[in-house]
Each structure stands twice: as structure tokens, then as C-alpha cells.
Design a protein around this ligand. Structure first.
Ligand code: ZN
Length: 240
């Protein structure tokens, strides 16, 4: 990922030159504006400002949502030291973030062990569905490499399950004191459930996502899923 001097969110949405790197960054820092943890080319002003504006506007935004969850590490806690396990989790989050950032998605928050990534907001990218799928493929590959690096390549109970769905979301707030933005709505809920239905090492996507990437995944496997909290069965595709 190429690091930018100006915040891409501020620039693309408001044509506002907010320096997050370079000689002028200190100036913004004195006003409490610095690099965002959601995406290194975005600023903290974006985090709070977008939450405010979008909540007020209440317009749905087309987004692609990716949920990734690390599985089997609780069992691992009985086999390896806590410090090593912690290191493993950090490495996982780092690589997950890198895969998402590379494709202009933001890592919105960590729910337990799960990562929620949003594509197409605030960085608007026409190819957001493809970007999310590419990030997921890279994440699965990185996870395999990571396991090999730490000598756990044969441990098949350890890995990542990923769910991806696309559709219109609302941008709302999370947090009480420091309100930053998140995606809200049925698309997010369905993606979360989909991720739960994905097995270790799998990328499970909805029909909407599959329609856009099917040429690249001719061997995808279709599954009819009954998901908690969703009334009718959902067709899921495991990308292979
Ligand atoms: Zn910004």
C-alpha cells in the first residue's frame, strides 16, 4: 500500500488537504487530527465526521462487507503459552488489516475475534466487490503462511472463516465518548451470519457477490444455508 501525505477520505469527499504525514502533519496533530487506525491513509477527523454527517443524512451507501473470524485458537491456548498466542493474534490482525488496506477497504472494528471490513466507504471504489474478494483470498493465503511460519501448518483446526456480502448499508456511529463510524443494516447482519457458516479456510459469499466474481471461481461450491435470525434460506457460495 502506498502511504499518502494527505488524508484520502478528506480529500476525496471534501477536497480538504488534511496532512497525516510529512512536515505539516504536526499542525493537524495539535488540533487532535492524526492518522486513523481504520486505514493508514485516513484521518481521525474522518472517523468522527463521517459518522455525524451520514447519520444525519440517512442515505444508504452501496458497500461490500467482509467479516473474518479466527477459529480454533481457544483450543490452542492449552497447547502454547499465552504470550505466543497473543503474538499470533496480533500477527493475524496485522495481516488482515494489510490485505484490506491494500484494496482501500477500512478495518472498522474487532468484535471478539472477528474483523469487520468495509469497502466503498469512505474511500469510494467502483470495484469494491472485487477488492473485498481479493482481500479475502490474500487473507486466507497469509493465514496459511503464518501457520507455517510458527510451525502449526498441520493444525487443521486453526484458521480463518470469511463471509462477504454486498448491498446498501447505513453509516452510523459506534462508541459513546469517541463516536466513529460503522456500517449498519441487514447487509451487515447477514454477512456476520454468513461468516459464522463459513468453515475454516473458507470464503463464503452471497449470490450478489458471486454474480460479480463467478468467472474467477468456476469451482465454487453452492450451499443452501439456514441462518440464525434470517427467515428464508440463503444461497452461499464457497469460493475455490
Ligand atoms: Zn480525513
Amino acid at each position: 500500500m502506498k502511504e499518502t501525505i494527505l488524508c484520502q477520505g478528506c480529500w476525496e469527499h471534501m477536497h480538504m488537504p488534511t496532512a497525516i504525514r510529512g512536515p505539516l502533519a504536526f499542525l493537524f496533530k495539535t488540533f487532535g487530527i492524526k492518522k486513523s487506525k481504520m486505514h493508514p491513509n485516513m484521518c481521525t477527523f474522518c472517523e468522527t465526521n463521517f459518522a455525524k454527517i451520514m447519520k444525519h443524512k440517512q442515505i444508504p451507501v452501496p458497500t461490500t462487507i467482509l467479516f473474518a473470524d479466527i477459529r480454533g485458537y481457544t483450543d490452542l491456548s492449552q497447547q502454547i503459552e499465552a504470550s505466543k498466542l497473543n503474538e499470533l493474534l496480533h500477527l493475524f490482525y496485522d495481516r488482515c488489516s494489510a490485505a484490506v488496506w491494500e484494496r482501500d477497504g477500512v478495518v472498522n472494528k474487532f468484535i471478539g475475534d472477528a474483523v469487520l471490513a468495509i469497502f466503498n466507504f469512505p474511500l469510494i471504489r467502483q470495484e469494491h466487490v472485487h477488492n473485498a474478494v481479493r482481500a479475502a483470498v490474500q487473507l486466507q493465503q497469509d493465514c496459511e503462511h503464518l501457520k507455517a511460519e510458527i510451525g502449526l501448518a498441520d493444525l487443521h483446526t486453526l484458521g480463518v472463516g470469511i463471509g462477504i456480502h454486498t448491498g446498501e448499508c447505513y453509516i452510523g456511529e459506534v462508541g459513546t465518548t469517541y463516536k466513529d463510524f460503522t456500517a449498519i443494516g441487514p447487509v451487515v447482519n447477514l454477512t456476520s451470519r454468513l461468516q459464522g457458516a463459513a468453515g475454516i479456510g473458507e470464503i463464503m459469499v452471497t449470490q450478489e457477490v458471486f454474480n460479480q466474481v463467478k468467472d474467477q471461481f468456476p469451482d465454487a461450491q453452492k450451499r443452501t444455508l439456514t441462518l440464525k435470525g434470517i427467515t428464508s434460506p440463503v444461497d452461499g457460495y464457497v469460493l475455490a
